[in-house]
Write a protein that binds this ligand. Sequence first.
Ligand SMILES: [Zn+2]
Ligand SMILES: [Zn+2]
Length: 185
Amino acid sequence: MPNCPVCKEIHLLTNPLEDNLIAYHCLQCGGQWIRQKDYQAWLTHKGSILPEKAPSETVPEPLNTKQIKICPDCGHLLLKYQVGKGTDFTLDHCSHCGGVWFDKNEWLALKDRNLHDEVDKIITDIWQKNVRLEASRQTFQTFYLQQFGQADYEEIQRIKAWLSQHPKRDALLNYLQIKDPYSGT
Ligand SMILES: [Zn+2]
Ligand SMILES: [Zn+2]
C-alpha cells in the first residue's frame, strides 16, 4: 500500500469512495488518493456527467493543505490545480502517473457541486485558464464595487446593459458625453 503524501509514515488503506470507485484513504489526515485508471474506470461505468450545481450550505470545509506533496505511487512531484467555480481549494495531481490527491473533504466539496466527475477536466490548461480569468473578473468586480458603491454600481450596470443592446447606442453615448447637448458646439 502507498504512504500518505501528507502524513508520510502512514499507509493508505483501500476505501471505496463511491460505487465502483476505489480510493486509498489516510486514517490520520482524512485524505484520499485516486489512481488514474480507477477514476477512468469509474467515469466510464458512470456514463453521463452530472450538471454542475450551486454549493449547499452544509458541505464541510475542504482541508486544502498547502504543502508540496510527492506522488505516493511514483515519487514525482504533485502539481496544484485550482478548482475555481467559486471554490477556494486546489487538487494535487501527478502528471506522471495521473493520480490525484484529495485533502480531507475536498472530494465531498467537489461532489456537492457535481464537479467530482470532472476532475480530468480540472487539470487541463483550458480549465486553469478559465479559473484565472474568473479570478481576474472577480478582482475587477470588487474594484468597481468599491469605486462606485453598491447602488451606483447596480445602476451603471443596468445602463451599460441597456446601451450595449441599443440600436442608437453611439448617439446616446454621444449625448451623455457632451456637457451641453443643446448648445450646438
Ligand atoms: Zn495522511
Ligand atoms: Zn505518480
